[in-house]
Design a protein around this ligand. Structure first.
Ligand code: PHE
Length: 476
């Protein structure tokens, strides 16, 4: 790769614009769909507390590290790492991990758009149902009136069985993602975040209050915060660590890319802390929104990935105002998913602009189009290609369909690798005075950060990687 990186000249219009966009990138399906799913499956409290530890001891130092690299580099991830390496007297080959991150982001957005497409379909179903509730003169009735629990659950299977429906939803969501990214950093990504994130927080608070009033908040709080340490098995710790990386958007060079659009040096440490707090706060609020509803109706919190698509719609049926709040719930997830998918597509797009010299529309079209095609393979894996096992030769992915293979490979292999490289590079290679002046941390905070990033992160992440790849080590 030739060193042709150029700054694109694009940037955030203010510090708060960057924070909104970065929080938007972090808050996504990971918070509202994956976190409650994992917390439910892993038995609640112990998982949640261990997760919070991972976020602040490993995630937060990595967030600051990625933003640091982007802030200094001022260009795409590969070019930014190269620049920090050169300024620190390290080998420019470190930039390879920026390329791995861009590939991971590209792969993640392909299946992320498919899952967001399911949400889009459910938003449509619930929106239509709410419209009918209004027409029937009873806008505050429960959702999906007259449908049996079986019918409600069957809808998910019917959706999976229809490639045309899945394709249409995937197309619509990827199209929207592409449209925003193609418009650029300040007039596309930043604008979307400034409209969507406030709407997101209003919706989230509204739904949490609804859950507290109509649902069983006491049981939910007990479930989420009372630890039963016997449930903290190595597998649970492993998935908590992986979830922390995914939820904070780490390991795919996303925050390097977003950080490269920061123009001034101001409190990068405080900014990173805000991102970590906001992301974790939203995950916990999502739990406090979903579990009161699940418990009120006496449903199973450990339903797994179908919790949001089968358990909740049925719960909304039995609750007053369920038609309206069910609809708002899926709009909420959709909003969160859009601000994350644009950050994913932005990573390879910035690479095409910075390293290949492509125009932004061309670069986003190439990667958006490519991810759309991979997404098609993922969605066909639910019907016509249901028997395809892309990595079937690897025992870890023996019985894994196409979407779960892309998800598992990126999450278990590529994200931890990206995080490992980031921590080794920033902890051991980056020039200390460059780190100090760019981050502006106090001496004590700086020392703590260097310790966590140089020692704890590489160790812990290596453990995730090894136990993720060789679960037999854990005796599973
Ligand atoms: N953090 C996002 C979520 O929680 C997913 C994501 C991962 C986004 C990596 C960008 C980069 O849904």
């Amino acid at each position: 790769m030739v060193a042709t990186s150029q700054t694109t000249g694009e940037g955030w219009s203010s510090r708060s614009a960057f924070i909104l966009a970065a929080v938007g990138a972090a808050v996504g399906l990971g918070n509202i769909w994956r976190f409650p799913t994992l917390a439910g499956e892993s038995g609640g409290g112990a998982f949640v507390i261990f997760y919070i530890g991972c976020v602040f001891l490993l995630g937060l130092p990595l967030v600051l590290s990625e933003i640091f690299v982007g802030r200094v580099g001022q260009t795409d991830a590969v070019g930014s790492i190269r620049k920090v390496a050169v300024q620190s007297g390290a080998s420019p080959s470190w930039s390879i991990f920026g390329g791995i991150g861009a590939i991971a982001a590209f792969l993640i957005v392909s299946f992320y758009s498919v899952v967001a497409g399911w949400v889009l379909y459910y938003a449509g179903v619930m929106g239509w149902d709410f419209l009918q509730a209004i027409m029937s003169g009873d806008p505050f009735r429960g959702a999906l009136a007259g449908e049996s629990q079986e019918q409600i659950q069957q809808r998910l299977g019917d959706m999976f069985a229809s490639p045309g429906l899945l394709l249409a939803m995937h197309f619509a969501f990827m199209g929207l993602t592409f449209y925003i990214v193609a418009r650029g950093v300040s007039s596309g990504i930043e604008k979307a975040a400034t409209y969507l994130m406030p709407a997101f927080f209003v919706l989230l608070l509204g739904l949490v209050i609804y859950g507290a009033i109509e649902g069983d908040i006491g049981d939910a709080v007990a479930f989420l915060f009372t630890p039963d340490w016997s449930k903290l098995t190595p597998q649970v710790m492993n998935s908590a660590l992986g979830q922390a990386l995914f939820s904070l958007s780490l390991g795919v060079a996303g925050l390097i890319t977003y950080g490269s659009y920061i123009k001034e040096n101001s409190g990068l440490g405080a900014t990173s802390a805000m991102i970590a707090f906001a992301d974790t706060g939203v995950a916990i609020l999502a739990g406090l929104m979903i579990f009161p509803i699940v418990f009120a109706v006496g449903l199973d919190p450990a339903a797994g990935p179908t919790l949001v698509f089968q358990t909740l719609p049925f719960a909304f049926q039995t609750m007053p105002g369920g038609a309206l709040f069910g609809f708002l719930f899926f709009i909420l997830i959709l909003v969160a998913a859009v601000t994350s998918s644009i950050s994913l597509l932005e990573v390879p797009t910035a690479w095409g602009i910075g390293e290949r010299g492509w125009s932004r529309p061309k670069s986003s079209a190439i990667f958006g189009g490519g991810a759309f095609l991979i997404g098609i393979a993922c969605l066909l894996g639910y019907n016509v290609w249901a028997d395809v096992r892309p990595l079937g030769f690897w025992s870890l992915f023996e019985n894994t369909d196409i979407l779960d293979t892309v998800d598992g490979f990126t999450g278990k292999v590529m994200l931890p690798l990206g995080a490992l490289f980031t921590s080794l590079f920033v902890g051991w290679k980056a020039d200390a005075s460059l780190l100090r002046t760019t981050t502006g941390l106090s001496p004590a905070m700086f020392g703590l950060w260097r310790f966590l990033i140089a020692w704890l992160c590489p160790l812990a992440v290596t453990i995730i990687l090894v136990t993720g790849l060789f679960p037999s080590i854990l005796g599973a």
